[in-house]
Design a protein around this ligand. Structure first.
Ligand code: SAM
Length: 277
């Protein structure tokens, strides 16, 4: 779903991005309903890492949330370290994925990781929320020469039902004041991001299609920040209940009943190699 035309000034400039995920119920919902990255996405990043560095040892995933951007790297490294500023997000990360470990911390202050030992430093669906200049500087300290920095994520999903898309478009527009201004970078898939290294590339070709029912999709909507913030400010409204009703009506209009429908995520990946000298 494209939001490139949303004026930045209408969006919120006052969201404390370090405190967006402070509620256990919200983090549990995030863990349950946010999409998983595909094997293809993890493999694309790994193939890029191996171009300059065949032996992969340590990966660091900042803004890891409950770990969906972290665990897919487990099979490729000796250690994969997920870092998130939110205790509740880390509390919802899995504890049983081999070689993956999770800690509460800041993306730009990782003094407990030694310099020059990291092969992959990544950020999934989080870089717009991070202190970017400082996080790039910390990545540069941690990465070994030839190591990879990778920023990846996805746009808000669309469906293959035009009526549902119109309902969603309308809902997101109502919520413009609740989007942090930094989300424009996500909407633009970081088109203007200045990577710190001259050797970098982007891949916008990967997608994920999921079949969901209305209830499952409402779980995803509830996991988004604008819905969390809007609901907090309008406790008497049943925003998600109303959207669910509209979607069920749209499905009934197209003769689908309350059946599953497809939602599509478009992924972006931006990857760069730290120079060897
Ligand atoms: C939208 S979630 C992304 C989670 C996960 N990586 C994913 O792909 O779904 C963004 C995460 O960034 C975390 N975050 C925000 N500011 C941070 C910071 N300065 N350092 C580390 N994590 C931060 C938030 O707590 C949140 O869990």
């Amino acid at each position: 779903m494209e939001f490139e035309h949303i004026p930045r000034w209408m969006m919120s400039s006052s969201v404390d991005k370090t405190k967006m995920y402070v509620n256990l119920e919200q983090s549990m919902n995030y863990a349950k309903h946010r999409p998983r990255y595909t094997q293809e996405l993890f493999q694309t990043v790994i193939d890029y890492c191996r171009k300059t560095n065949p032996n992969l040892d340590i990966a660091v995933d900042v803004g890891c949330g409950p770990g969906m951007s972290t665990i897919g790297f487990g099979p490729f490294f000796r250690r994969v370290i997920g870092i998130d500023i939110s205790m509740t997000q880390i509390a919802c990360a899995p504890t049983n994925v081999p070689r993956c470990e999770f800690y509460v911390g800041d993306s730009d202050q990782l003094p407990y990781i030694a310099s020059g030992i990291v092969d992959l430093f990544c950020s999934g669906q989080s870089f717009h929320l991070l202190p970017q200049k400082e996080t790039f500087a910390e990545a540069d300290r941690l990465l070994r020469p030839g190591g990879t920095i990778a920023i990846f994520g996805y746009e808000m999903p669309s469906t293959d039902n035009p009526q549902i898309n119109a309902i969603l478009q309308n809902m997101w527009l109502t919520m413009i004041p609740y989007w942090p201004q930094e989300s424009t970078q996500l909407f633009e898939k970081f088109a203007n991001l200045e990577m710190p290294y001259p050797d970098w590339e982007r891949n916008d070709s990967l997608e994920l299609t999921m079949s969901v029912n209305t209830e499952k999709f409402m779980g995803f909507l509830r996991s988004t920040w604008p819905v969390v913030a809007y609901t907090r400010d309008h406790p008497r409204e049943d925003l998600i209940g109303d959207i669910a009703k509209q979607i069920r009506e749209a499905l009934a209009n197209t003769g689908s009943g309350d059946q599953n429908f497809n939602i599509h995520y478009n992924f972006f990946i931006i990857m760069g190699h730290k120079p060897r000298n």
